[in-house]
Design a protein around this ligand. Structure first.
Ligand code: GSH
Length: 474
């Protein structure tokens, strides 16, 4: 039931040759990243980190993940429109978590002022791991859903050819044929261009809201270029640029550097460190504007860990999908155990459970970008400190998903080659556009397999922990 046999993995001469071939293939296929040393220059670039071989993923769970994506799109969108749910779900969190609180203030502001734009564009990625069952089978368990800056769809469109080539050179033509096509670039661009069409102004631009250090620019460029192909103009700006040159006209149209903005595509703004006071004001101005926001503030909030945990309560999914028990079942089947840390007996029970068996759980704060979750002894340390106080409400507790480890080589600039014991995470991209009450686009936009050494408990590609991969269906 495995992917690449151990004797291939242990053939040192072959591996050495393949690594050379692999790096060149990544460069030739445009699986690229800027370097740490020159994050804002494309004069010298490197391959984006990736696995030497694709990793096995059971076919049924792979298709299950793709099939549930359009339901997740609808769920996120429904949550974003349900202000009483968001208010209740996040009430405890925003009391103690300043970042979520500030996002929530913006949300309240635009709610009071009244929404100015009826076009909603969602580009998200639902991430899963495969939990190993006792009988050897695996079940798909959602780790989280990213509703802002869901990345690596661009590069993931180009990794299949790299693995196909490596496998051929390794003498594994049949495996090579099993690598799936994947094109999230096109799927994400389809959502952006649909929303741009609906906005209805040829001159208006798509604004990529980007960070200061732009190592992952090539991932962005693939989607950007899909837009330019359709004659949709794209500009890239930072919060500071919006703060300096941005304004709303009397119809609340957003202008930045003299250009009308049809869509703000946030590839920044998901971490507290992304915000100065000035940046918070710029975010508010964009949220108040007529521009389509990807995501808008309510959709951003729908992606919080606290919302994820509230969704797992009995009856909550039914509230969002009345009369659609099949949809409820499909979504719920992907939930891991999720537990509240709110004050009261239920939260007390969660604390006791976590302290008794910390290795069975993950303690998650309301953070994005990777590397924030707590495991094992850290869970005890942190919980012992906050268990008596409302501070504990900033976290949720989740069952730790235990996937089956697989051997592979992780290729990353500056990291010595070695055989690693690896865990994979399967992401599925979703794209949707709603115009008023009508869902005018709702699609699964492709997948992203990422793999990391089991020495790291947490962290993605951007955080320098995981690397790009492809599924080999087994
Ligand atoms: N700002 C960078 C970009 O837009 O390319 C990185 C954004 C980022 O870290 N996005 C998270 C993600 O998808 C979601 S908030 N991470 C995947 C990974 O790093 O593996």
């Amino acid at each position: 039931a495995n992917g690449i046999p151990e004797d291939v993995l242990m053939d040192n001469d072959l591996i050495k040759d393949l690594v050379e071939v692999a790096k060149d293939s990544a460069l030739l296929n445009g699986v690229l990243m800027r370097t740490k040393e020159t994050p804002n220059s494309s004069e010298v670039v490197t391959y984006a980190p990736f696995t030497l071989f694709p990793s096995p993923v059971p076919e049924a769970t792979f298709h299950q993940a793709l099939a549930v994506q359009t339901h997740y799109n609808r769920l996120v969108d429904k949550i974003s429109q349900d202000s009483s749910f968001l208010e209740e779900a996040l009430a405890s969190t925003i009391k103690v978590d300043d970042f979520t609180g500030r996002l929530f203030n913006i949300y309240r502001h635009v709610l009071q002022e009244g929404k100015t734009q009826s076009i909603v564009l969602g580009l998200n990625r639902s991430d899963y791991m495969l939990d190993q069952n006792e009988d050897g089978s695996a079940s798909l368990k959602q780790i989280e859903i990213n509703t802002i800056a869901a990345s690596f769809g661009g590069l993931a469109s180009h990794t299949p050819n790299v693995h196909r080539h490596i496998l051929k050179v390794a003498g594994r033509l049949e495996d090579s044929k099993r690598i799936l096509d994947n094109n999230p670039s096109a799927g994400l661009a389809k959502g952006l261009s649909k929303a741009w069409d609906l906005y209805g102004s040829e001159r208006a631009v798509v604004l990529y809201l980007v960070e200061e250090l732009q190592r992952n620019i090539f991932d962005h460029r693939y989607v950007e270029n899909e837009l330019w192909k359709r004659n949709i103009p794209v500009i890239r700006r930072q919060f500071e640029d919006v703060a300096k040159t941005g304004f709303l006209d009397q119809d609340k149209r957003l202008f930045v550097d003299g250009r009308e903005v049809a869509i703000v595509y946030f590839r920044n703004g998901y971490m507290p460190q992304n915000y100065t006071e000035q940046n918070w004001e710029a975010r508010l101005m964009m949220e108040r504007s007529m521009a389509v926001k990807c995501p808008d503030i309510s959709t951003h909030l729908a992606g919080t860990k606290k919302v994820q945990q509230e969704l797992a309560r009995p009856g909550v999914l039914e509230r969002f999908f009345p009369g659609e028990p099949d949809v409820v079942d499909q979504i719920r089947a992907t939930f891991a155990g999720l537990y509240t840390l709110d004050m009261g007996p239920e939260g007390d029970k969660t604390v006791a459970m976590a302290l008794a068996k910390p290795d069975k759980f993950v303690l998650k704060p309301q953070r994005e970008g990777g590397g924030n979750n707590l495991y094992g002894a850290e869970i005890c340390q942190v919980l012992e400190g906050v268990k008596q106080s409302t501070e504990r409400m900033a976290y949720i507790l989740m069952d730790k998903v235990q996937p089956r480890p697989v051997h592979n080589y992780l290729l990353r600039l500056g990291t010595p080659l070695k055989l690693s014991t690896c865990l994979s995470e399967l992401g599925v991209f979703g794209a949707y556009v709603r115009h008023g009450q009508d869902m005018v686009l709702n699609e699964c936009a492709g997948h992203l397999l990422r793999t990391k050494s089991d020495e790291h408990s947490d962290g993605g590609v951007a955080a320098g922990v995981a690397v790009l991969d492809n599924p080999l269906l087994v």
